[in-house]
Design a protein around this ligand. Structure first.
Ligand code: ATP
Ligand code: MG
Length: 587
């Protein structure tokens, strides 16, 4: 029976903030011009039908991982819950690291999680690079208003003059240049007349601020790189800290959610948007940034850099290796979108960093698959069972239910015959205490079939059991009158040898053996689990030969499996184990 653990009451402080904002009417006067844009786009527009706007803003420089799933569920989930819209936005302001391949895989992963940026027929799919013109004009505005200047100090000088936590920074000699002069040099930067690294545009705020992010942060730099969408139109690119708030404001985001490490950036976020709104470039009310704790999972690494290393060094078979914490990997492994959504609900959202045990995620997958996956029979470590008193050549049908909690899914026929495959561990020549399965003289039920009594075994020259022998009781077949007069303690599964589908099955364990891989001074590579992947040949019930890639099943007594989407062939699926029936690490 499904014994679902009660869903713990988790906090989601952001939900409370949204509720309070809606109750106070904070955003009631917001207008929406039908597309992202400056103040003029939204000025004469009607009230925004979306109660709130959130966004999921990945940089298209890698594959999405479990941490992103938390952010996706949070942002899209809030929009769904509160009658809002969540924008799918590519934060593609860094020309060097971004590729179309990542854009495609990210869109695919968000859809796979069950979310949609198309709301009432409108596609809310945006690219930060579409805002480059606005960002450039906004920079010109800041220069003219005396809020930005071109600094020609070297990167090294800028760093050393920034000061420390206890010491104020030193102003750059260029800090006092006139707006006209700054504008002239900024235009030269844009025209490509200066070398990379020779100068940057900086916001002019406060070199003595206790928050180092407010000590005249760089907002534009020179990069003579081709961008995946704008080509060579630009040779200057906005810095993340400058670009991100502007993206949010143009899109009229209400609640801009990011991870805790951006907390110190919030004063600059507000400074920038307030100045641009003052200048009439951005519409009020302005977006607000809120920070939440990023997902940290035990036994898992979620750093892009480390994941790239695993792929590059071929520690895994690729980004979609079923052991990878990527969404493409998880999907191939047999994790489900429902499992991820359950996970997001259970872990909640908090303001303090913490570690979530990987078993919480695995339990979510179990709980969903227990509901959803039809049952099938598979023998993973096969040995032959011969029923000596069963007629040669006879075949009959047994009828296992497709789902014990869902009788409406019916039963299916599986063939039964004289020679069956059973699990090697379901026989012991000399049983230990409490062992109720096959041993000479003991009776067990062959699940959905007959009761048999074990008579012994045959072995090869090395003493390894090759055949287990038994006799059956013809009047004991499950479901026939009187069959329940046989009382046995053991109940084992089997597959008819003549009909079985011999199949490649992949069993996965955790990719790392350490709770916190690579913690402290350790190299995460040294924490890899050398036994994280086992490939076996299993014997499956014949119907499994014809399933489609991506179909899920519970193999009784073994766990949840999926037909592999990459290596399966028509009529010859290969199976991956998504998760065992029970947590084998904590019992
Ligand atoms: P990088 O390490 O390259 O900065 P990133 O992991 O931050 O990458 P982004 O593409 O910038 O990836 O992230 C997109 C969104 O996903 C951001 O809003 C970010 O806050 C969120 N996000 C990333 N990692 C996690 C995590 N572990 N938990 C929760 N949210 C995350
Ligand atoms: Mg990031």
């Amino acid at each position: 029976m499904s014994t679902k653990p009660a869903v713990p009451h988790v906090t989601n402080f952001i939900r409370n903030i949204v509720e309070a904002d809606l109750a106070s009417g904070k955003y009631a006067t917001r207008t929406w011009g039908g597309k992202p844009g400056s103040a003029s786009t939204h000025a004469a527009a009607p009230a925004d039908a979306a109660k709130i706007r959130t966004r999921f803003p990945p940089e298209p420089n890698g594959y999405l991982h479990f941490g992103h799933a938390k952010s996706i569920s949070l942002n899209f989930g809030l929009a769904q819950n509160f009658g809002g819209v969540c924008h799918m936005r590519f934060d593609d302001t860094n020309p060097e690291r971004e590729e179309q391949e990542y854009v495609d895989s990210i869109l695919d992963a968000v859809k796979w999680l069950g979310y949609d940026w198309n709301v009432n027929g409108i596609e809310h799919l945006y690219y930060a690079s579409d805002y480059f013109d606005f960002m450039y004009e906004a920079a010109e505005y800041l220069i003219n208003a005396g809020h930005a200047y071109v600094d020609e100090q070297s990167a090294e000088q800028i760093r050393s003059n920034r000061g420390t936590l206890t010491e104020a920074g030193k102003p750059s000699p260029q800090r006092i240049r006139s707006p006209e002069e700054n504008l002239r040099v900024f235009h030269e930067m844009r025209a490509g007349r200066h070398a990379e690294g020779s100068m940057v545009l900086r916001a002019k705020i406060d070199m003595a601020s206790p928050n180092i992010n407010m000590r005249d942060p760089a907002i534009y730099r020179i990069r003579k790189a081709v961008h995946h969408r704008t080509g060579d139109k630009w040779c200057i690119y906005p810095m993340y800290a400058y670009a991100h708030p502007i993206e949010d404001a143009l899109e009229r985001i209400t609640h801009s959610l990011c991870t805790l490490e951006f907390e110190d950036q919030r004063p600059f976020y507000d400074w920038l948007l307030e100045h641009l709104a003052e200048g009439g470039l951005l519409a009020a009310p302005l977006p607000h940034q809120y920070e939440f704790a990023r997902l940290n999972l035990t036994y898992v690494v979620l750093s892009k850099r480390k994941l790239i290393q695993l792929v590059d060094e071929q520690r895994v078979t690729g980004w979609d290796d079923p052991r990878m914490p990527t969404l493409v990997g998880a999907r191939r492994r047999g994790y489900t979108q429902e499992g991820f959504r359950l996970f997001a609900e259970r872990i909640g959202v908090s303001k303090a960093d913490s570690w979530i045990d990987l078993s919480v995620l695995e339990d979510c997958m179990r709980d969903h698959l227990n509901e959803a996956a039809p049952r099938r029979i598979a023998v993973l470590d096969p040995v032959k069972l011969v029923i000596d008193n069963y007629p040669d050549g006879q075949v009959e049908e047994c009828h296992p239910p497709n789902h014990p909690q869902k009788p409406d899914l019916g039963k299916r026929a599986v063939p039964f015959s004289k020679e069956l495959w059973i699990e090697r561990e379901d026989f012991m020549e000399t049983p230990g205490k409490g062992y109720f399965r096959l041993f000479p003289g003991n009776k067990v039920r062959l699940r959905y079939g007959f009761v048999v009594e074990c008579t012994g075994c045959t072995k090869d020259a090395d003493g390894r059991v090759t055949h287990v022998h038994c006799n059956y009781f013809a009047d004991s077949k499950s479901g026939t009158p009187g069959s329940d007069t046989y009382k046995v303690k053991g109940n084992i599964h089997w597959v008819s040898a003549a009909h079985a589908y011999a199949c490649e099955v992949r069993l996965f364990d955790r990719l790392y053996k350490a709770v916190h891989p690579g913690a402290g001074e350790r190299d995460h590579i040294d924490d890899l689990n050398p036994d994280s992947r086992h490939v076996i040949t299993a014997q499956l019930e014949p119907a499994l030969k014809n399933v489609l890639p991506g179909e899920h099943f519970q193999f009784e007594r073994h766990g949840y499996f999926i037909a592999d989407s990459v290596d399966s062939r028509p009529g010859a699926p290969i199976f991956n184990r998504a998760v065992t029936l029970r947590d084998s690490w904590h019992t």
